[in-house]
Design a protein around this ligand. Structure first.
Ligand code: BGC
Length: 267
């Protein structure tokens, strides 16, 4: 089975809840050792660890803020200490701090850029260093390492009231592609996943509200809001050898949200 992740170690940032938790569990289910990183939700991380242990994979929860360089150095050194190797980084941690532009503070702008973009830079730096040193281990994977950058449909869809978030995700797209181009010759595959409306804590206020949910569904041609597993299965495939020739691509997992649904009629 080429998409088994047995013998590989994965680190998933921000995986105590939401999409990250689903990704960590899916990778564990497919046989990978998984480091569950969290910033503050230790309980959530413990639950994810429990589920992965039930799949028979090795796992541990590690605290660390992706926007803090010292935390990240510690996170990766602990990962190596525990598992000896690293094969997969899922740059997942992300936040929203929404506000109309005229009310958005510098603090809100900086906080989102720090986690959603600089966090990906700091983690990828550590992972690329490790992957280059390790090289390809034929019996494990065709690549020396795989990085998935969690983006969003908002890497291409402008989003009023969320300029910090959309700017960060637009940045993630070019960060991912530029890094992919730079390290592909080292046999490191860097790709992105762009989820659409996936029901998690980040957008609970919208999908829990009757009107908000309807408006959200109007933006999804496929007619349903996504769940973490929709994204997790795509990540699991992207990091497997089945996707070995996929380099520097964003895979949209969005039920068609990026298809300009407003143009279904008219235009
Ligand atoms: C955001 C969600 C939003 C979705 C679709 C995601 O990146 O985090 O809040 O529902 O994009 O707009």
């Amino acid at each position: 089975m080429t998409n088994s992740l047995h013998g590989q170690t994965a680190l998933v940032t921000g995986s105590s809840s939401g999409i990250g938790a689903a990704v960590a569990q899916e990778l564990g289910k497919r046989g990978a050792n998984v480091v569950v990183n969290y910033r503050s939700d230790e309980d959530g991380a413990r639950k994810v660890v429990g589920k992965i242990l039930n799949y028979g994979s090795d796992t541990l929860a590690l605290q660390g803020d992706v926007s803090n360089a010292d935390d990240i150095q510690f996170l990766f050194s602990q990962t190596l200490k525990e598992f000896g190797k690293l094969d997969i980084l899922v740059n997942n941690a992300g936040i929203q701090k929404d506000a109309p532009f005229r009310q958005m503070s510098l603090k809100e702008w900086e906080a989102v850029l720090a986690v959603n973009l600089t966090g990906q830079f700091l983690c990828a730096k550590q992972a690329v260093e490790i992957f280059c040193k390790q090289g390809v281990r034929e019996n494990v994977s065709k690549a020396a390492g795989k990085i998935v950058c969690m983006s969003s449909v908002h890497e291409v869809i402008p989003w009023a009231g969320h300029v910090n978030y959309a700017a960060a995700k637009g940045g993630v797209q070019m960060f991912m592609k530029s890094l992919a181009q730079e390290v592909a010759h080292e046999k490191i595959r860097v790709n992105g996943i762009a989820p659409g409306a996936v029901a998690t804590e980040i957008n609970r206020d919208v999908w829990e509200d009757k009107d908000g949910r309807k408006k959200m569904l109007d933006l999804i041609p496929y007619g349903r809001i996504g769940d973490g597993e929709d994204v997790a299965r795509a990540v699991a495939w992207l990091v497997s050898d089945d996707a070995d020739y996929i380099v520097g691509t964003t895979l949209f997992v969005d039920g068609g949200m990026t298809l300009y649904p407003g143009f279904r009629e008219g235009g």
